[in-house]
Ligand binder design. Structure first.
Ligand code: SF4
Length: 150
């Protein structure tokens, strides 16, 4: 089972979506300057059970349009059922990963994918120099321009 350290409603991380977002424990990439290093240990936080997640989707029914997981790709067998449940409720799904790509099996359950680790010298999605990419997997379109001011 996956653990999570934060659960928030977010408006900016996925363009045009109101997202229920979870920071998942256990990222091993160790980016220098990571803003959620408290989530690096996989046992930190609380368990994100399918039952609990289902209750949260029910509580936010009609108020959210998307579910966002910040990590969790390292435990596919636990992440996939959560994504499938969200999609069964007609919600869009998004994964923020520090990897440069994820498996086709995982992509099949995602509407959006943010790839690329945090490199402070290149900046995040709002930087023209970033190594990160935010993709709408339905069209393959890069949506990085939605994160910049221009
Ligand atoms: S990929 Fe994200 S969560 Fe993982 S260490 Fe890098 S910035 Fe932190």
């Amino acid at each position: 089972m996956l653990n999570y350290t934060t659960e928030n409603i977010v408006f900016l991380e996925v363009p045009d979506e109101v997202s229920l977002a979870y920071t998942i424990s256990g990222c091993t990439l160790g980016c220098k300057g990571c803003h959620s290093s408290d989530s690096w240990h996989k046992d930190n936080g609380a368990p994100l059970s399918l039952d609990y997640f289902s209750q949260r989707l029910k509580a936010y029914q009609g108020l959210i349009s998307c579910v966002l997981f910040l990590g969790g790709e390292w435990e596919l067998s636990a992440l996939l059922p959560l994504l499938k449940l969200a999609r069964s409720k007609a919600l869009n799904t998004c994964l923020y990963t520090g990897l440069d790509d994820v498996t086709p099996t995982l992509k099949a359950e995602l509407t959006y994918l943010k790839t690329g680790r945090w490199l402070a010298e290149l900046g995040g999605l709002d930087s023209p120099f970033t190594n990160q990419r935010f993709t709408d997997l339905r069209t393959g379109q890069c949506l990085n321009h939605r994160f910049t001011c221009n």
